[in-house]
Design a protein around this ligand. Structure first.
Ligand code: UTP
Length: 448
């Protein structure tokens, strides 16, 4: 992009001040700034500025009802599993991981997927995800292409982690990395923030940025070429997730759903998970911050919480649905943050109070657009224990505890007794459940 092109682009969104320090910049700084400007979509910038001046209309959720959530057992479970196995064996399933987050709560330098979580081996989060995909594709004799969304900040380190670990056994041709978009931060009056004379403050555009970047990168096209129909979506911080779980894929297929969500019973009324609610004929995800005390505590006739089931962000999408949604603008979510910015004297100020806005898109905002959505209950203990915080709840410590509890349960069901004091780890390639351990009749574990 040339300076004239940059000026034209910035004029379209009233952000000409971005070039205010042009004359003071070196050639390298000018080139870097032009590269940043080239990433800006004037229409999106105008949307962000309008959201600040007009406010984002809060959705009225008081009339929301709890959705019907399926609990699969017996014949229904067997039928769903068989349907999912058929999809997997036909190569119609892909895995989609969002790993572009900044992981600020964990405070780990580098991509969260590289964080060491294996209780015995210290293997990174990516290891468990990749090996589960590999194990499933071996079992069903068909590849499961793996799409990994990174951000500009962590893409290089993510790819390096896969390369250094030989893609954890996966075929590199089946792994597709793509980076999510970045959006500029803005002052309260809708002006793009510079955090250096030749640099725009930008942050990742949220996991909802997935749709636009799936399209831009060619990942959606790649899925289509490979004949993918169902896309299993998951987050990087949860090594307990059952990737491309056949029963879940099968339930999605049988229901002819476009967007199917796994939901788990909340641990307490105020657990910080989104809550899908029904409004007329459509569903919408209501964030925990948007629920009233009354909604959090409302009881059903059987004494359970009425809004019992929350979403841990484990989804199956129809590829065609993602394709349909990829070109539509998504709702904006605003976060008021402390953003380093240039003062009037051209010097950088690190504010002690929030001074500007970051903008994000959330993937679950496409839920109301699904022609058909479905919800499946699962046991939180077995499939969800995210690494969010450095300590306390949802930390590496609780996650390792829950990983081991799951593996110990498999071992015990397979008739293997384990000394409680020994750490346990099972390679997903060795066993995907208790049945695998039973049929293999051996067990390799322990840190001696
Ligand atoms: P979180 O909301 O937990 O955010 O992301 P985070 O960035 O990982 O952690 P904090 O909030 O800074 O501590 C949930 C999932 O969405 C992905 C994350 O990588 C994680 O898998 N994500 C989040 C993205 O891919 N891009 C984003 O812009 C935000």
């Amino acid at each position: 992009m040339t300076k004239t092109e940059a000026e034209k682009l910035l004029k379209k969104c009233n952000q000409e001040h971005v070039l205010a320090y042009w004359n003071k910049l070196s050639k390298t700084e000018r080139d870097a700034l032009l590269r940043q400007i080239a990433q800006i979509d004037p229409e999106s910038v105008n949307r962000c500025a309008n959201a600040l001046s007009q406010g984002v209309k809060a959705f009225e959720n008081s009339k929301g009802r709890a959705p019907k959530v399926a609990l699969l057992k017996g014949k229904a479970l067997a039928a769903a599993k068989a349907a999912g196995e058929k999809e997997l064996a036909s190569g119609r399933v892909a895995a989609l991981l969002v790993a572009g987050g900044q992981g600020s709560r964990l405070g780990y330098e580098g991509p969260k997927g590289c964080y060491s979580i294996g209780p015995v081996t210290g293997a990174p989060l990516f290891y468990f995800h990749a090996r589960k995909i590999l194990a499933r594709s071996i079992r069903y004799g068909a590849s499961i292409p793996f799409y990994v969304m990174t951000s500009e900040a962590n893409n290089e380190a993510t790819v390096k982690c896969f390369e250094e670990n030989d893609y954890f056994g996966l075929n590199p041709d089946d792994v597709f990395f793509f980076t999510q978009g970045m959006w500029p931060g803005m002052t309260k009056d809708g002006k793009i923030i510079l955090d250096a004379p030749g640099h725009i403050f930008m942050s990742p555009d949220g996991h909802g940025g997935l749709l636009a970047s799936l399209k831009r990168s060619g990942a959606l096209e790649d899925m289509k070429k490979r004949g993918v129909k169902s896309v299993f979506f998951f987050q990087v911080d949860n090594p307990l997730v059952e990737i491309a779980d056949p029963a879940f894929i099968g339930y999605h297929t049988i229901e002819k759903s476009e967007y199917t969500l796994k939901l788990c019973a909340k641990r307490d009324p105020y657990e910080k998970v989104g809550m899908p609610m029904k409004f007329g004929d459509t569903f919408r995800m209501v964030e925990y911050t948007e629920m009233t005390d009354e909604q959090c505590n409302r009881k059903a006739k059987n004494g359970d919480l009425y809004f019992l089931y929350g979403s841990p962000a484990i989804h199956v999408f129809d590829r065609a649905f993602l394709e349909r949604e990829a070109s539509k603008p998504m709702p904006l979510h605003l976060a008021f943050k402390k953003i380093p910015s240039l003062g009037p004297d051209g010097k950088v100020v690190k504010p002690s109070e929030p001074n500007g806005y970051k903008f994000e898109k959330f993937i679950f905002d496409i839920l109301p657009n699904a022609k058909k959505a479905a919800f499946l209950a699962f046991n939180q203990k077995e499939e969800f224990s995210p690494v969010k915080n450095a300590n306390g709840d949802d930390s590496p410590e609780t996650c390792r505890r829950d990983m081991q509890a799951k593996w110990r349960k498999w071992l015990s069901e397979a008739g293997v007794s384990v000394d409680e004091s020994l750490p346990v780890e099972i390679d997903p390639l060795y066993a995907q459940d208790a049945q695998d351990i039973k049929s293999l009749g051996i067990c390799l574990f322990a840190d001696i």
